[in-house]
Design a protein around this ligand. Structure first.
Ligand code: BEZ
Length: 211
């Protein structure tokens, strides 16, 4: 059965371009992003790994560790990462899991046999500090992901975790947010002393909390 939101992210030990990673231990108290690639030496993947490397500082600001996976060998990864620096202008600066026996790919359901028997699809798992899965995404091999959107979702998840607010359609950092329905008006008064706008009893809009 596929992994669902709220499930514990399966733990594993794997070889990566940064050495052996014991996944839960490596995550520590951070948020995590685990994302898969169909194959080494493929064009879309090369652009994605360059982009994630360029965004490393943005993930760090969000206390988020990033780890990639493709079902090729460590030797293959080591040959490929030079191309990322050469063509994308950013050297790989996060671990890339070598998973030639597909152990991690199968654990996370990253192989969709009706798409390909051998390659992983573009899966993304965002994992909270509690090791629970907070978001899953699945893209086809031919579509590169939008990692700015992933940062936006992490911002939203972290706001929800810290302030019990949700984010509306197309929300961007700094815009108004929504008080989650499970917070009563009485509790909202102490949490949001500057008030909020009630458009409907279930739709209460408030300035984005700081911090
Ligand atoms: C790519 O990463 O470029 C790719 C991989 C598999 C199929 C299509 C594109």
């Amino acid at each position: 059965m596929s992994l669902r939101l709220g499930d514990e992210a399966p733990d594993f030990t794997a070889e990566t371009t940064d050495g052996t990673v014991h996944f839960h231990q490596w995550l520590g108290n951070s948020w995590g992003v685990l994302f898969s690639h169909p194959k080494d030496f493929t064009p879309v993947c090369t652009t994605e790994l360059g982009r994630v490397s360029a965004l490393k500082g943005e993930f760090e600001k969000r206390n988020t560790k990033v780890i990639g996976l493709s079902v090729d060998s460590l030797e293959s990864h080591k040959g490929w990462i030079g191309d990322i620096k050469e063509t994308q202008g950013h050297a790989l600066n996060f671990p890339l899991i070598a998973d030639p026996d597909k152990k991690v790919a199968n654990l996370y359901g990253m192989i969709h046999p009706n798409a390909s028997d051998t390659a992983t699809v573009r899966s993304v798992f965002v994992i909270g500090p509690d090791k629970k899965i907070k978001l899953t995404l699945t893209y086809p091999a031919s579509t590169g992901r939008n990692f700015d959107e992933l940062l936006r979702v992490i911002d939203s998840l972290q706001l929800t975790a810290k302030h019990k607010v949700a984010t509306p359609v197309d929300w961007k950092q700094g815009q108004d947010v929504i008080i989650v329905p499970s917070v009563s008006d009485a509790d909202a008064k102490s949490q949001f002393p500057n008030g909020w706008k009630t458009l409907k009893p279930y739709l209460r809009v408030v300035a984005q909390p700081k911090g």
